[in-house]
Design a protein around this ligand. Sequence first.
Ligand code: GCU
Length: 601
Amino acid sequence: MLKSLRFLWQIFFLLPVVTIASELIINIENRNNKSLNGQWNVIIDPFENGYYDYRYKPSQYGYFRNAKPEKKSDLIEYDFNRSPSLRVPGDWNTQSDTLLFYESTIWYKKSFDYNKKEDKRVFIYFGAANYHAIVYLNGKKIGEHTGGFTPFNFEVTEKLKKGSNFIIVKVDNKRVRGGVPTLNFDWWNYGGLTREVCLVEVPEVFIRDYMIQLEKGSKEKVKGWVKLSGKESNQGVTVQIPELGISESFKTNGKGLAEVSFNGNFKLWSPQNPKLYQVIISSDMDEVRDLIGFRSIEVEGNEIVLNGSPVFLRGISIHEESPLRDGRAYSREDSRILLEWAKELNCNFVRLAHYPHNENMVRVADSMGILVWAEIPVYWTIEWNSEETFINARKQLSEVITRDKNRASVILWSVGNETPLSEQRLIFMSNLAQFARDKDPNRLITAALENHYKDKNTVVINDPLGKYLDVLGCNEYIGWYDGLPGKCDSIEWETFYKKPLIMSEFGGGALYGFHADTLTRWSEEFQEDIYKHQVSMLDKISFLRGTTPWILKDFRSPRRPLPAIQDYFNRKGLVTEDGLKKKAFYIMQEYYNKKKRSLQK
Ligand code: GCU
């Protein structure tokens, strides 16, 4: 046993960071890009006949060739142009009733014209594709990506033709045991090209990535870096913040990386004042503009400290489902409405569960002044002993940190949710926590832990993973899965750690409009009663510094079939899928109002 654990440590610690897609380019929306969104022709391929031959070997005559009969006797048994189409961005499940439960492969094809420019490089960028994507350009494979919630890009400069081109993407959302997430999860397995697709045109040597944030613990010193596309050394890089009259120049080292540090008299970003500055990063050939807020976030004992002052995180958990239509959210508008519902609840914080949401969500949170908990789908019981699973989880963590590290709203990286205690799991997740800490020393690391009873009336937070976290998250369902609402009144909370706690899930289900007494399951009164008892229990927890009840909106889940009540929706929302408020919404709204007032005193 000890030998295998030692072996696990060695594996995880010494594993090189493997990259499949080319290094991520950040801040795509402010670059010169050509959208490929819109209708894409699709072939629904449950048996993956377009990929494997009848011996189940990858076939070289697959659908990626987009072959056409050249003479009347030719045998081609597929034709994208005469096939139906699906909207991109968008999950496929809610675009056609026949695809609602569909879990396998769909091939997407998009033809486009491109006018190549000599001195430019071109990348194809995907906001996300759930779950495994293989990408082909003009019949040639250009790369693949695993993980349904993070961006990836491939260079296509040499593969693009002048004039008409076609891109084909095989997207497969089959769940796999070694996956992240694994086979079992409580949300809809929306498949497809769920976020934007575009071509990004950049100069020969371009600004690929940068981190422009305040140094940990400082309110005026920026400490960061700018990474150029290649390993060009001694290249000039300038960071300007015109509003503050800042213009600082730096040189790249042998890896094309310029360390950046300078002081500024910043108006600090906060929920009360979500101040964003235009930041201009330029190099010899390239210039990128971004809107960045500057704030400091730390922990001191049980306190979460924002810009030097303790803060209580009045939050709500959210799944990435659109408030406007069925299915996955992806647009600025989706994000704005979801966050406005959260604001109506008097929130200053949201937990984006259980996977990285789209970039629009964190950019809108930046502008609306909503603090964010971001999470990767290390959810329930994944394969802790699998090297591949660890690499997959770490890559998803790496991709979301890369994409969102300049967002002031994002304060917490969560490395997982409700994962069972074991030595392997502890090694796996503590390594993820360390990876996040190394990659982004500025933010706080957390995870949603499970609670354990010390005795009948005492719950204790003693998960060994707590040692590796800055902030403890804990999910509890006292009053729903665990007893009836009144049980909350007799529960005391203890913790092993001198660290702040966020109660990352609590609540219960209710069918909107179903009214009865407080002991009738599924009635709004039962749910309301849970919240009444919960908030008075929560108020007694001395080390509690935030709450994100489960959940803002009723959401689709294949685990919830109860007819006429759930109908494949998890009904724990405080509002329905159409935004109708349940009685419990007002309990939480009032609780946060009271909290807000007490802290303003
Ligand atoms: C779990 C889990 C959620 C799930 C919720 C529920 O705690 O983290 O993903 O939806 O409970 O049972 O409703």
